[in-house]
Design a binder for this molecule. Sequence first.
Ligand code: IPD
Ligand code: CA
Ligand code: CA
Length: 277
Amino acid sequence: MSQAPADFLAPMQQLAREAGGLLMSFFGKVAIEYKGEADLVTKADRASEKLIVEAIRKQWPDHDLVGEEGSRTETGSDYRWYIDPLDGTTNFAHGYPVFCVSLGLEFRGELFAGVIYDPTRDEMFCAAKGAGARMNNHQIHVSQTPLLKESLIATGFPSRKRHQNPNINFYHQLTLRSHGVRRAGSAALDLCYVACGRYDAFWEFNLNSWDTAAGVLIAQEAGGKVTNFSNGPFTIDSAQVMASNGLLHDELLKEFAAIFAGRVEGLPTAEEYLKSR
Ligand code: IPD
Ligand code: CA
Ligand code: CA
C-alpha cells in the first residue's frame, strides 16, 4: 500500500537534521577540491550524501534515488529521491554561512514531499503534496508583493558552463526593475525564501533535479507559481526555473521575453560613468 506524502516528513526532517549536523561538524575545516574549473566539492558533500543514502537504503530499500555526488539506485520504483547533500558548496567551502541539505521525493513522477534544512539558522522547511508548506512547524506563504518594481528577487549562476551563461544580462535588467536581485549561492534556499516571502521571485538557468525537487514543491505548496521561462510547466528535468509569488509572474515573464528578444537597457562605459559623478 502506498503511503501519504505527509507520512514521509518526520523521517525526512530527521535525516536532513542529521546531515545538517554533520555539515556543521566540517564547517570551516575542509579543504576545497575541484570537480571542474570553478565547480567545488568537499569531504562534507560526500560524507553527507553517504549518511543520507545509507539511511534511505536501510529504511526504504525498494526506493530509487539520485544524489549529486554520484549515488544512484534505478529499479523502476514508484518512489524516487533527489538528494543534494550540501546545496551551497562554494559558500560552505569559503566559510560563508548560506547552505543547506535538500531532500526531494517523487511518487510516480510527481513531486510528493520535500525537506530543506539550513543548519546555520536551524530553519527546517518542508512540504507534502496537497498539505501546504511549513518552516519550523509554522505554515508559510509566499509574499503579497504585486509589482516587480516593489520586489526583492534572487537568482544564481551555476559554475558549469559559466562562460556561456547569459544570466548576467537578466541580472542587470532585473536589477533596474526591482528593489534588487540577490545571489546568495544556494538555489534550494532561494526557493524556500520565495516560499516564506523573503523573496518575491527567483530564477536560474541550468539547475539540476537535486537542486530543485524539494524547493519547487515547497514554493508551490506555499502558494507560489513555478514555471519555465516561457510559462510552460516546471518538470523535474526543466533546467530553467522561475518561481514567484504568482502575482508578479506574468510581469517577470514579459521582462524575460523582452530580454530574449534583445530589448535591453544598455550601460555607459566605466569611464563615462566615473566622469558622470
Ligand atoms: C549550486 C547552488 C547555487 C546555484 C548553482 C548550484 P551546489 O549547487 O545551488 O546557488 O547557483 O547552480 O549548482 O553545487 O552548491 O550544490
Ligand atoms: Ca545544488
Ligand atoms: Ca550540492
